[in-house]
Write a protein that binds this ligand. Structure first.
Ligand SMILES: [Zn+2]
Length: 298
């Protein structure tokens, strides 16, 4: 039986999973189609991907719900099924991980901007996340992860929704890009230190970075170090496998498992307590990450 999630993170570096979206497309999901539908329509295919991550050594899985909020699903006419997709996702991930390993309910961006920058009302954004959170609670997740965020206001909406229904741990992660000056900022101009400090203030138990543009795994080590210096909380890093490139064979990510594995020790040295992979990473990336983490433990 597993320990409470935060206790496990305090005791050792946990290994996350790798990409879901790119894996779903390899399994036949049409580019642009909502992968959350498969939690109900093609559960065996979702679980097959998650099993490969579990077999590669992941200590935790994210639910297949990155675009599972009503706003994103509405782009495909699937918004009425949001709760159903999120609940199914939590149950599938639990079935794969059993009682010994962790399931994190995944909340991604709603895909727009909150007033006054955009036309989404704050209350409605909280409601979209609230629906996911209720499904995750019913589905028995161990913790929540808010990821790929660029605006702190949106992180705030997600944390507010979570805390209405649960006191389970929250991981809050933003997507940083590298500026021409060599610093790191989200698309909305937030630095790693600002992000970490504010997300902790808002109630995040773990802060992190994922899915940056133009970053390699060594850039993530810098971001982790900045976040670690800013807050007294565990830090998560989910680097993507480099920049996606459109080729004749579809979208290709260039950072191989072996290339990325060389950066794992630096992430841990910088303070990362959870290491996983974002877009373009595969079960093979995760398998090599596992080997690196095991080496570090000696
Ligand atoms: Zn990503």
């Amino acid at each position: 039986m597993r320990k409470p999630f935060l206790q496990a993170v305090a005791e050792r570096v946990l290994l996350g999973d790798g990409a879901m979206g790119t894996q779903l497309q390899q399994a036949g999901l049409e580019p642009g189609a909502p992968g959350e539908v498969w939690n109900v329509e093609e559960p065996a295919r979702v679980m097959a991907i998650q099993r490969r991550y579990a077999d590669a050594g992941s200590d935790l899985l994210l639910t297949n719900t990155f675009g599972g909020n009503r706003s994103r699903l509405a782009l495909h006419g699937q918004e009425a099924r949001a709760y159903e997709f999120n609940l199914a996702a939590a149950r599938l991930a639990r079935e794969v991980m059993g009682d010994d390993r962790y399931v994190l309910g995944d909340i991604g961006p709603f895909g727009g901007f909150i007033e006054p920058l955009g036309d989404a009302e704050r209350d409605e954004v909280v409601q979209w996340f609230d629906e996911q959170v209720r499904a995750f609670v019913e589905g028995g997740v161990d913790a929540f992860i808010i990821e790929t965020m660029t605006a702190l206001e949106e992180v705030e909406c997600a944390i507010e929704a979570i805390r209405r229904h649960s006191s389970l741990p929250i991981v809050a992660s933003m997507a940083f890009d590298k500026t021409q000056q060599g610093t790191y900022r989200t698309m909305m101009g937030v630095s790693p230190a600002q992000a970490a400090a504010r997300m902790v203030e808002l109630g995040a138990d773990i802060v992190g970075c994922n899915c940056g543009t133009g970053l390699d795994i060594h850039d993530y080590a810098h971001i982790v170090a900045e976040m670690s210096a800013a807050v007294n909380r565990p830090v998560m890093a989910q680097p993507n496998a480099g920049k996606p490139e459109l080729t004749d064979e579809g979208i290709v990510y260039h950072e191989t498992p072996a290339m990325m594995a060389t950066g794992v020790a630096a992430l841990v040295a910088a303070g990362a307590r959870i290491v996983g992979g974002c877009c373009g990473t595969t079960p093979e990336h995760i398998r090599l990450f596992r080997a690196e983490l095991d080496k570090l433990r000696g």
